[in-house]
Design a binder for this molecule. Sequence first.
Ligand code: FAD
Ligand code: NAD
Length: 460
Amino acid sequence: MPKHQLVVIGAGPGGYVAAIRAAQLGLNVACVEKEAALGGTCLRVGCIPSKALLEASERIHAALHNRLVGLRIKEAELDLAALMAHKDRVVRANTQGIEYLFKKNGVVRYHGHGRLLDPHRVRVEGPEGVVELEAERILIATGSKVAPLKGVELDYDIVGTSDQAIAYPQVPEHLVVIGGGVIGLELGSVWHRLGARVTVLEYLPTILGGMDGEIARTAEKIFKKQGLDIRTGVRVTRAYAQDGRGIVEYEGGEPLVADRVLLATGRIPNTEGLGLENVGITLDERGRIPVNAHYQTAVPHIYAIGDVIAGPMLAHKAEEEGYAAVEHMVSGYGHVDYNAIPSVVYTHPEVAGVGKTEEELKAAGIPYKKGTFPFSANGRARAMNDTEGLAKVLAHAETDRLLGVHIVGPRAGDLIAEAAVALAFHASAEDLARASHAHPTLAEVLKEAALAAWDRPLHI
Ligand code: FAD
Ligand code: NAD
């Protein structure tokens, strides 16, 4: 029976990062993955393919609508097959990259479904047969899957999930998206840019629940202006395919008929067939594996990280946890600063945030001051002809310590990195404001918002 000091189950961003880091720290590591390609949801069907489509479709949209400054295009047409081929190439390059990194670091890969037989044995059943592994420690990184919604009958074709929506063979004439969260807005934007009529049905009063309210409301206005038909306060009760069409029923209105329906109302932890009952691990009320601050489950040498435990379902959160969990195994230390984990929605403009939202500060009774700055007053944004949105800096009213930064605007997802570092280093608004920012860059928006929070802005 092959023996390993660490067996990781799942090769998504949590599992593959943990496996590589553990090998770098000297452990004999195996990684069990049921899919042929490594990289998990993120690389195969999540972050990477959706961003390939978002990046390309933004340029395609600008070209199709003659919105490229100084250029008149007489004839332009979409080549959807070429776009999908580009996406597939990007996915392949990334998933094969993990294979290379496994080889380079000596991580042994087992292809198959992993199941815990007892606290030190994992059974792998795959295309090449069955193998049992003996493990000193086990790390569960089995990720998440689409949450079912009562009344929604998925046929994984007309009524489907993001797995289908990253690969529609034709542009739908009408796409109905159930859920105005991250997936709904990102993939809704892709198909809208490519020519579909897109209706987004969101149960809550605003889209992007959990993000800063002012920023989410601004984003909603911008997306509506772009032509996304966003309807909030709408509870979907039923969706099904009939005669080649998708029917979506909701409270208080006539059913919608579409040629594609995308269910995007959240994801749930993936623990199916994992054999948790064989080792005495029980799930919490939301189906997640409970862990302590060091990612140890009820069985101390079995760890869990990523989407399968509590916290935001984000690839970089899973990565940080994987890194911290194996560092703890080897050195006794390992820590993730959850307050400094950014979240980004890769629409156009992008929406990004890190730290506390204004709503959270109000609810916690923390006195704060706020500085905002619009992209319309930024020279680079004007040069880019991309001036919608604003940055907002929240700092403690008495100490000036940074509490949160929120942005809706061009490249917000890149701009937020600076704010995440500032939060991690416990910077003040003054620190951010006094740091030199290259001119002319979009990052100056953040400097100005920090100036506005600390004292007063210069350029407005
Ligand atoms: P996963 O990536 O889900 O990986 C788990 C792996 O475990 C899978 O490969 C699975 O096949 C394998 N597995 C499960 N059970 C077993 C078993 N018993 N035996 C063997 N293997 C098993 N996050 C971001 O931060 N940024 C984004 O832009 C972003 N975009 C997204 C877009 C979409 C459409 C989707 C669906 C998600 C997106 N996410 C994004 C979320 C991100 O994909 C997840 O948070 C991330 O993949 C979680 O990593 P993980 O390692 O915990 O799990
Ligand atoms: P989500 O939680 O972001 O959004 C789901 C939305 O559906 C919510 O706004 C919710 O109020 C709404 N909803 C729930 N029930 C409804 C109903 N009956 N009718 C109408 N609306 C309803 O979930 P998601 O968009 O499916 O994304 C899943 C996960 O994947 C998220 O946790 C997200 O973090 C992750 N993800 C991240 C990124 C990124 O970081 N850019 C991109 C895609 C996905």
